[in-house]
Design a protein around this ligand. Structure first.
Ligand code: TA6
Length: 281
């Protein structure tokens, strides 16, 4: 059992229920059953691609700051707990090989008290030279439900000054830092220079962070999601977060595979699949 901090190396053994995946290419990853949350992905060159806060609570008592939180059935704030029901649940491990693992969780009294629908969620993580993360939601009840979802990827960046988000030019985005104003993205290589919290509507399948780690890029290919979220809290909002180091906004960037502007409507017995493939180049 081990996880790797984005900056300082090991926090060995700190995560209850985390498992390690390894691939013959030299890549490795760790995933915790709390939230079925990926916490680390080390690429074939030995570079950590995922940000995990040194101040993250890893005791199962609160959402984990970093990694890949699973968001469902609500994104952000609303009637349910922020970002929904799954990131603060302990999932069951259903399969585990050297390089792959899958987790499952279902509704119970506590979820139905908040959201009255029976469901089954499965999160599969497969490591090769890439990292593949697949979320399946099954409606196990007898009435239709509607949901939104995201894989809230926290990526490590060496320096926020150098990192650029590539692939969003021409898209309309909702700027959550400007009361939800709709804007057109014009930048083919978006720099992050201040607090950024945007939902890009119906984007392409692939987006990348150029110069994420050294000169290498982190690419995200998404299927089934459609939207993208780009978030960096910058200095002031980071200072308000107890579980982030004050300067960490310089070393992280969330680029999320999201299905938020057009909710999924799931009929009884139906399955929705959202998948992303992370690559370092
Ligand atoms: O995905 C971006 C976002 O919705 C931001 O608005 C910000 O609140 C972030 O998620 C983190 O949320 P959290 O509840 O984990 O602090």
């Amino acid at each position: 059992m081990s996880t790797t901090d984005a900056h300082d190396g090991d926090v060995e053994g700190a995560v209850d229920g985390a498992i390690t995946l390894a691939h013959s290419s030299g890549s490795s990853a760790s995933v915790t059953s709390y939230g079925a949350q990926v916490l680390s992905w080390i690429d074939v060159e030995g570079r950590e691609r995922i940000y995990l806060s040194r101040r993250a609570r890893l005791d199962g008592g609160a959402a984990i700051r970093g990694g890949i939180p699973v968001i469902f059935p609500q994104f952000g704030t609303g009637p349910l707990p922020k970002h929904g029901l799954l990131r603060t649940r302990r999932w069951s491990l259903v399969s585990h090989t050297e390089s792959a693992a899958s987790f499952r969780t279902t509704d119970d009294e506590s979820t139905r008290a908040l959201w009255p629908y029976p469901f089954l969620a499965e999160l599969a993580v497969e490591l090769t030279v890439e990292l593949r993360v697949r979320l399946r939601i099954i409606n196990t009840g007898d009435s239709r439900f509607t949901f939104v979802s995201a894989l809230h990827n926290y990526f490590a960046v060496d320096s926020i000054d150098s990192a650029r988000v590539v692939g969003l030019a021409g898209l309309t985005y909702i700027d959550k830092t400007a009361a939800g104003t709709r804007c057109l993205e014009e930048s083919p290589a978006l720099p992050i220079r201040s607090e950024t919290d945007r939902i890009y509507i119906a984007g392409p399948r692939e987006v990348a962070i150029a110069s994420a780690i050294g000169s290498s890029s982190t690419s995200i290919e998404a299927h089934g999601f459609g939207d993208w979220v780009v978030w960096n809290p910058w200095r002031d909002a980071t200072a308000a977060l107890a579980d982030m180091e004050p300067e960490d906004y310089r070393h992280m960037l969330c680029v999320e595979s999201a299905r938020v502007t057009g909710p999924v409507e799931l009929e009884p017995g139906a399955t929705w699949v959202g998948e992303e493939v992370l690559t370092s180049t």
